[in-house]
Design a protein around this ligand. Structure first.
Ligand SMILES: C[S@@+](CC[C@H](N)C(=O)[O-])C[C@H]1O[C@@H](n2cnc3c(N)ncnc32)[C@H](O)[C@@H]1O
Length: 242
């Protein structure tokens, strides 16, 4: 029996003009969309392409059961998210088994810390999947600073703010360029570590890069104790000279 095909489409960091020609062609043709979203939000990936999606297309939002209310390393979080991704896969399989192609909208790049990976892992053995790369959030963030990020033989490290203190410290000490993503409730912990390691005063905080809400500040100028979900901290050797 013929099955539908999956398009996992990267849509960049927020600016709707920062999607690829290939992504746009697929979105304009597609009739069936899936995308992740948090409660109360439209979903960043959906918002990026909302205006180019066909009016008669079917749009299915996959709403996370929890985000930061439950700690990500708790058993409860893992069980809830596992159940959630299982249900998402079932919904998608039903459509694919009717021989309908679907498009999974992904903020940034689908294979770079994206929720898409959870679906991909469960579906890739049974269905045909095409993936379109996208500009990552971190690329949007360092472009917003207008400061070069990395060059020559320098080493770039990407860390999740959700990592434990010891791991964060270990990597912060030895790298030339540093990207810290998923900051959220870990903001204070990250600031403390950066201060201890002497990296705080050179660091930049970029929120909602490439969108109308974009904000670029030096971390030591940021007076807020919390930051938006779409925020990234960047530190590098070029910033030391700024
Ligand atoms: C689940 S990851 C998704 C990463 C995405 N797939 C990518 O390619 O960048 C979400 C994290 O990416 C970062 N992020 C993504 N887009 C961003 C943007 N436009 N501005 C600031 N941070 C962003 C934030 O740190 C956020 O917590």
């Amino acid at each position: 029996m013929k099955k539908g095909k999956i398009y996992g489409v990267g849509l960049g960091p927020g600016d709707s003009e920062l999607i690829t020609v290939k992504a746009e062609k697929i979105i304009r043709k597609s009739e069936y969309f899936f995308f992740f979203k948090k409660k109360g939000n439209k979903g960043r990936a959906f918002e990026i392409v909302e205006n180019i999606i066909r009016k008669d297309a079917i749009k299915v939002s996959l709403e996370y059961p929890v985000t930061t209310e439950v700690h990500f390393s708790s058993k409860e979080y893992k069980v809830l998210l596992n159940e959630f991704y299982g249900k998402c896969v079932k919904k998608i399989q039903i459509i694919l088994n009717k021989n309908i192609d679907i498009c999974i909208l992904c903020e940034g790049d689908p294979l770079f810390y994206g929720s898409f990976i959870h679906l991909y892992e469960k579906l890739r053995n049974n269905f045909e999947i095409d993936i379109v790369p996208g500009i990552t959030g971190m690329s949007g963030a360092w472009t917003a600073t207008k400061i070069p990020m990395i060059w020559g033989k320098q080493i770039l490290t990407v860390l999740m703010g959700t990592l434990d203190e010891e791991t964060l410290r270990k990597h912060i000490k030895i790298t030339d360029g540093l990207v810290i993503m998923k900051i959220g409730k870990n903001f204070k912990k990250i600031c403390k570590i950066l201060k201890d390691e002497g990296a705080f005063n050179n660091a930049y905080l970029i929120s909602n890069a490439t969108t109308s809400l974009e904000k670029v500040t030096k971390l030591n100028e940021n007076v807020h104790s919390s930051v938006p979900y779409f925020s990234i901290i960047l530190i590098n050797k070029f910033m030391e000279k700024m």
